[in-house]
Design a protein around this ligand. Sequence first.
Ligand code: SAH
Length: 379
Amino acid sequence: MDQNKFNERIQDLVQEAEQKPVRRVKKEKPQLKESIYSLRIDELQDWLKENGEKPFRAGQIYEWLYDKRVKTFDEMSNLSKSLREKLKENFALTTLSTIIKQESKDGTIKFLFQLQDGYSIETVLMRHDYGNSVCVTTQVGCRIGCTFCASTLGGLKRHLLAGEIVEQVVKVQKELDEAGERVSHIVIMGIGEPFDNYDAMMNFLKVINNDKGLNIGARHITVSTSGIVPKIYKFADEELQINFAVSLHAPNQEARQKLMPIARAYKLDELLEAVRYYTKKTGRRVSFEYGLMSGENDSVEVAEELADLIKGIKCHVNLIPINYVPERDYVRTSRSSIFAFEKTLKKRGINVTIRREQGADIAAACGQLRAQERQDEIK
Ligand code: SAH
């Protein structure tokens, strides 16, 4: 992509978010470049052809980017000098810089990265017995407005480009390289609504899933949406093997729209219809996320109502003890109420788990670190 087009695109993304551009523009880098990580392998092949190069070079470049994980274009030693120069002119190899890296006692690492235009985003590495998972951000801020969530404070600033999402994973992988470990799982549950930035999210998926890319298996990737119904149909029709989660948080329309304004646009019955379509089309189950908030949505009666609501849907419920966000009023449900809620669902034959908490000592919930560190961005 040429430089002017790229600058226009970044500008469009900011305007689309209908917010003022951020004040923290890095002065020494007025010329923003497209991240090379934005390109799917077929797009890279096209770019090579357009620039008088052989398309098979795309495989070599991918190997340098995703297998050898080089830090400069000059290290791509099997490419001609002139191709390396062309790459340097047109693309950036790093568009994220680390502002903060916080390590929790349990091994969770939280990163605050700065983008080329000065905005900041969060990425979290979580250690599990089954592998290392990275939670990625898809937007700077969010316009969904869930009343319990820190990511939405200050609204949406702009969408991320695919490369900015891919690079989050590459950055974390480079950290793990020192220990000889690998990123094995991805959850798209950081800041932002992935289905509100659908095309970039899909390109991200294609890059990390490609066997010449990071080669992360579809079944090791989870995407979560607040419930943008038309995109759920679109996603179902992609027929991917990716795990799919829907943030439900309430057992009826009235309660849900109080917590999640998006429910006014896409009603609960429409959402569940789309979810049923997804399970039929893909043959896969859906995971409902349910954040427990004291006195709000956590009683045994509510659990019964929830069981009635999702009866017959091929699903699993993931109960999330809500993280306290200082700007918000909600308080986490007590342990005994969490277990009572779980027991009620189990009795009704619903698959249910309680999300294990990680990184509680480092503000690892969505948007919390950015909210703490970048007061100017959340106003
Ligand atoms: N926008 C997408 C994905 C990002 S959030 C979505 O809404 O699904 C990932 C999950 O964390 C969602 O289920 C979201 O509702 C939940 N979440 C948001 N704020 C939270 C908080 N304070 N404590 C616990 N979970 C929270």
